[in-house]
Design a protein around this ligand. Sequence first.
Ligand code: 2PG
Ligand code: MG
Length: 382
Amino acid sequence: MIKDIRVRPIENSCGKKTVRIKLVTEKGDFSACAAAGTSEGSHEAKAIKIDSAIRYFPRYKPKFVGQSEKQIDHIIEEVGLDKLGVHISIALSIAAIRAVSNNDVYKFLNPKAKKLPLPLGNVVGGGSHKGYLTEQEFLVFPKKAKTMQEAIETNQKIWETVGKILKSKKMVDGNNFEGAWMCKLDDIKTLDLLKEVADQYGAGIGMDIAASEYFKNGIYYYKNPERRLSSDKQLDFVLGLIEAYNLEYVEDPFHEDDFQNFSRLTKKAKTLIVGDDLFVTQEERLKQGIKKGAGNGIIIKPDQAGTISRTLKTVKLADKAKYKTIVSHRSGETKDSFISDLAVGIGSPLIKCGIFGRERKSKHDRLKEIWKNIEYPKLNSI
Ligand code: 2PG
Ligand code: MG
């Protein structure tokens, strides 16, 4: 039973305010923090200003106190997600599933879990995550690793090697919000370098193109003024990159409402086409995508959905339609490692959780801990 709920403001990795919730229950205290994005989809669950959310919460708190932890998502729906704001809502919901599962969320979601996701990490970044490139993330995943330790280290080595090369060419300007290099090479040269280094480590490469961020009135505006692309041209451009670089993972190649071009690309490209801003972890958006054949993978970000129950409904639909689920961090992260449990519990082939920085390390540490807790663990494949 819930005895009390404490909410306090903290800072996320982008230096923005978010919340930490402490659920005081009869069996102990359970905490959770809320993540938040920078390149947010416009159909995500709505946030309200942290100060206002914290100020209003005492009005709603009495509805939770005295109830079972199992009821939290239900009470959130009754009160209204829009009234609580997504930060308080998702942190409450995560703390609740921690309470219900005694902090072993992955086991609670799947007592027979054996397979752990491959970490998908961004080596170079741009877009609204800061940097010189138009596309948001240049990603790697360790296809040949045998253990979680080796998988995480492989991504780290690629990140370090790329950093060293960029530094020797004086083509880097530090790290962005997600710890990715802010590289001064253009996107094509960045892909050349990433592919060369990833190949040395037997890793696969991919991109989060986050195309909504630079789409306006029917045109994709790249930082290179010579590249202003219509949707048809964007399709050709992305297809060309997939072929030339063997991209095994492509996220948000079109703007967030362009189901049609997602579907055209999914038919033409033989690779994983993933919707993030397109689906925003919402069951209804995914239903539309399935009908239209848009994508074959979906990013799962609990804070886009607003509660864990809503997140799991979307996952269930994705599994049914054979869409791959890729659990993901946000650019504005905290040290909360819930997404690691979620990815193992729902059997995601990949977890997008970054490579460098303490907020990313906490996810790696939890994955390594889960690896140790499972008898005969295995890494998943895509
Ligand atoms: C994304 C995420 C995480 P943000 O677009 O996939 O990398 O970014 O949290 O800014 O939406
Ligand atoms: Mg994305």
